[in-house]
Design a protein around this ligand. Structure first.
Ligand code: SAM
Ligand code: SF4
Length: 454
């Protein structure tokens, strides 16, 4: 039965870090002016005047991990750091002008690439610049992605002084063969050191990223990786399914072929076995591919129904506006999305003329806003409902009809005016979102855009 389910539901599907998904953005109707207006609309709409989330993309890495799907620049030349920081601050100044007042930052996330590629002195310079233009909200949550091979005590201390209390380390897999295949040699001792140092410094949430389905990875490798991870008991674990997207230009997925990847059945077994080990160790599954200890705020957010999902993944954010700074960063004003240019040269050139470096985006229609909420409900709470008239849309009966097959397979339960995902259905939550994705339903992709759902 499990095998039948896998072959039936293993289809290409979005990971729904946004709705509409990036390939379905209506870039033709998007403009920089429209993006600014959507920010103003958010300010008028957000009567509670909550703060903003700020995502900063720090794209440099010293070496290329061959599995990596992130936007990054590989270089060993650290003279790239200062000009990039100056450009980021210039970009923040442009947003400060659009917002008309000093924003209050509730969430700040340094992502990458590798934020710890930058020296702690340069990160401090960036933070000093940020807090000249913005205030720190009282309940702020600041986090960064650290590479276990180059995160230093200085990084941890400096960032902590400015309010960072969360760090997430890329682990992937501890096996030598897998590490060689993905060009990422990273001993357990390095991860242990940075995990312990973060705790000693005062970080209250330490996360590890693990991946299943990597080239040459077997069930035993995944089991060993999880056993080692449990020795350190990180507060959060992202247990990602390897996304094989070699058609995305420049993402570095080479050095192995599809034949070196585990089969969909092996991959599902890796996930199921890994998940059980995490549950046995006291972790709780949060949304799709995330686990947390009950003491972590991510678990508390799921329990209280305040869990949110955006381009950073799952967050406890209560803000409805996220500004993204840096190459390829995506901003979200709730009424619109905007993505920055990906090339460094272009990014610098635009900022030199005080132009927002956005290259594409989408302004959400009334229908998009309704669908977006259903997809967020499913991805964050494993349920959605249409009890309120504002949650209904004309295609709903057709969507429910499409969901009946999944109800028959035991993946969901259809109630009178809601659906809920069963335990068995949780790994298939991306499939369950698909019928709601009206933009994708109306125009099926002609080429491969998304990774497989299993
Ligand atoms: C920006 S990296 C983390 C920070 C730092 N660069 C590092 O590698 O330690 C973000 C995370 O995305 C995940 N990731 C990257 N490419 C992926 C892919 N193709 N499939 C699944 N997860 C991926 C990895 O787990 C990685 O740790
Ligand atoms: S996994 Fe991290 S270090 Fe490796 S290439 Fe991707 S962003 Fe850079």
């Amino acid at each position: 039965m499990a095998q039948q389910l896998i072959s039936k539901y293993n289809v290409p599907g979005p990971r729904y870090t946004s709705y509409p998904t990036v390939p379905y953005w209506d870039n033709n109707s998007f403009s920089s002016e429209g993006w600014k207006t959507s920010i103003q609309k958010n300010i008028a709409f957000d009567k509670k005047q909550t703060g903003i989330s700020l995502y900063i993309h720090l794209p440099f890495c010293e070496s290329m991990c061959t599995f990596c799907g992130c936007t990054k620049r590989i270089t060993k030349n650290h003279s790239v750091e200062l000009p990039y920081i100056e450009a980021l601050l210039k970009e923040l100044q442009l947003y400060r002008d659009i917002l008309n007042e000093k924003p209050s930052i509730e969430q700040l996330h340094f992502g990458g690439g590798t934020p710890t590629f930058f020296s702690s002195e340069h990160l401090e310079k960036l933070l000093i610049g940020i807090f000249e233009l913005a205030d720190k909200a009282p309940n702020c949550e600041f986090s960064f992605e650290g590479h276990p091979n180059n995160t230093t005590k200085d990084h941890l201390k400096t960032l902590n002084r400015y309010g960072f209390t969360r760090v997430c380390y890329g682990v992937q897999d501890y096996n030598d063969t897998v590490q060689k295949a993905i060009n990422r040699i990273q001993p357990f001792e390095n991860v242990k050191r940075v995990t312990e140092e973060a705790r000693e410094t005062g970080y209250t949430s330490v996360g590890h990223d693990i991946i299943f389905g990597l080239p040459f990875q077997t069930l035993v490798h995944v089991e060993n990786t999880i056993e080692k991870t449990i020795l350190l008991m990180p507060d959060r674990i992202a247990f990602y399914s390897y996304a094989h997207v070699p058609w995305i230009k420049g993402n570095g997925q080479r050095g192995y072929s599809e034949a070196n990847l585990p089969s969909p059945e092996e991959k599902r077994l890796q996930y199921e076995t890994g998940k059980q080990k995490l549950l046995d160790a006291g972790y709780v599954e949060i949304g799709m591919d995330h686990f947390a200890l009950k003491t972590d705020v991510l678990y508390q957010a799921q329990e209280s129904g305040t869990l949110h999902r955006n381009f950073m993944g799952y967050t406890t954010s209560k803000t409805s506006m996220m500004i993204g700074l840096g190459v390829s960063a995506i901003g979200d004003s709730w009424f619109g999305f905007a993505q920055n240019v990906k090339g460094l040269k272009e990014y610098y050139q635009l900022l030199e003329t005080n132009t927002l470096p956005v290259m594409r985006g989408h302004l959400l229609s009334e229908e998009d806003l309704i669908i977006r909420q259903h997809i967020l409900n499913l991805m964050c709470m494993f349920q959605t409902s249409w009890k309120d008239a504002s949650e209904v849309f004309p295609e709903l009966p057709h969507v429910v009809a499409q969901l009946k097959e999944m109800a028959k397979d035991g993946l969901i339960i259809i109630h009178e005016k809601s659906i809920s995902v069963t335990e068995k259905g949780k790994p298939y939550v991306r499939n369950i979102c698909l019928p709601f994705d009206l933009r994708l339903q109306r125009k099926k992709p002609e080429t491969r855009l998304f990774s497989m759902t299993v």
